[in-house]
Ligand binder design. Structure first.
Ligand SMILES: Cc1ncc(COP(=O)(O)O)c(C=O)c1O
Length: 382
């Protein structure tokens, strides 16, 4: 038998998945990043209706023009010239990422990626022969990179920088001043900006700060309906850019990745945008209450310190248990009935942290925090 590609063999399962697979049913799970809500009922009904109406076929590669136009409209306040030609439907943000790297990266190129990171970024760049170069988003700097640090990494093989605000795993967001400094860095080095804004509708205290509309030729947006409408299992998202050449290339590549997105589902998403636009705000209000609860509990525990995240549904506290790695602490917590992710699963600077996804009820958060406190007290000897 012939073997497997180095590409496949080099890819490892993510640390988040490993913990999840080890957990029993009775644990309180702060593990996976998916909203514990149903998609809006109007969207479910619209999908059923669309299937009954015969929308069970291939669509054009970029997707339904009506939906793409509607999505373009939602970004027009930032970037007025957008229309359907600036949007390509994908089968999730995950699919969008793979497509964008396939389109921008040649073997030997490198891409600047955040660290701690959403674990798919590095392997995705590697699949196309590119080198991931990680820039640190440190606790000390509220998880936002410094320009000085980025300058130390960029070189003539750098083709793109990826930003992810609000961030998975840190929940960090940026101010417009920080966004402008990051934009200026990319412009100075003439590299693409890939902006993963899949949490743009889960932002708590301020308006979402986007890269869309900043530099029409340079910015490529990834977005997804997974988090916005609690549709993680549906697998639908999109790429948006004002750069028509970039869109043409990515739409061409999309054909080879999945041909097109799901026909009936695109009608359902259109209905969600048209008829349930306030749905993400309702979810967001609940996430905010949970964020406040979990942060106040964590910050009251000895050895634990966390920033109050401004977006997404993760908190990434620093957890000090002398002599133990974050993986060991997470394993002890799992034995104590709490599933969370070790910070090291998101890269080396995540060591010393844990990630809690607050995608469970407030009662479960309280119970999970009681257990976390007990385990940490025992481990630290407090
Ligand atoms: C930062 C970030 N980007 C992209 C994705 C991909 O989301 P999906 O593939 O469900 O659209 C996720 C999912 O957790 C994420 O956290």
């Amino acid at each position: 038998m012939r073997g497997f590609s180095k590409r496949a063999e080099n890819i490892q399962p993510t640390g988040v998945r490993k913990m999840f697979d080890m957990a029993g049913d009775d644990v309180i799970s702060f593990g996976l990043g998916e909203p514990d809500f149903q998609p809006p009922q109007v969207a479910i009904d619209a999908m059923y209706k669309a299937m009954n109406d015969g929308h069970n076929k291939y669509t054009t590669t970029a997707g339904l023009p009506e939906l793409r136009n509607r999505i373009a409209e939602t970004w027009k306040s930032l970037c007025p010239g957008l229309d359907e030609s600036n949007v390509c439907m994908t089968m999730s943000g995950t699919n969008a990422l793979l497509n964008i790297f396939a389109t921008l990266v040649n073997p030997g190129d490198n891409v600047l990626l955040p660290e701690p990171y959403f674990p798919l970024y590095g392997p995705d760049v590697g699949l196309w022969g590119g080198e991931p170069k990680f820039y640190e988003c440190l606790f000390e700097n509220e998880f936002v990179p410094t320009i000085e640090h980025l300058e130390s990494l960029v070189d003539d093989k750098t083709v793109a920088i990826l930003f992810n605000f609000p961030s998975n795993p840190t929940g960090a967001t940026i101010t417009t001043e920080q966004r402008d400094a990051l934009l200026e860095f990319a412009q100075r080095h003439d590299i693409w900006i890939i902006t993963d804004e899949v949490y743009d509708r889960i932002v708590f205290d301020n308006e979402h700060v986007s890269f869309v509309g900043c530099d029409d030729q340079r910015v490529i947006l990834i977005n997804s309906f997974s988090k916005t409408y609690a549709m993680t299992g549906w697998r639908i998202g999109y790429i948006l850019s004002a750069n028509k050449d970039a869109m043409a290339q990515m739409i061409k590549v999309q054909y080879y990745i999945t041909a097109c997105s799901n026909d009936a589902m695109q009608y359902a998403v259109l209905t969600a945008i048209n008829e349930a636009d306030d749905y993400p705000d309702t979810m967001c209000a609940e996430f905010k209450a949970r964020r406040d609860l979990i942060c106040s509990r964590l910050n009251a525990m000895p050895g634990v310190e966390c920033h109050v995240p401004e977006g997404a549904f993760y908190v990434f506290p620093r957890v000090d248990v002398p002599g133990m790695t974050s993986q060991e602490v997470a394993m002890e917590l799992l034995r104590g009935g709490v599933l969370c992710s070790p910070g090291s699963a998101f890269g080396p600077s995540g060591e010393g942290h844990l990630r809690f996804a607050y995608t469970i009820s407030r009662d479960d958060i309280s119970l999970g925090m009681d257990k976390t406190e007990q385990v940490l007290k025992r481990l630290r000897g407090d």
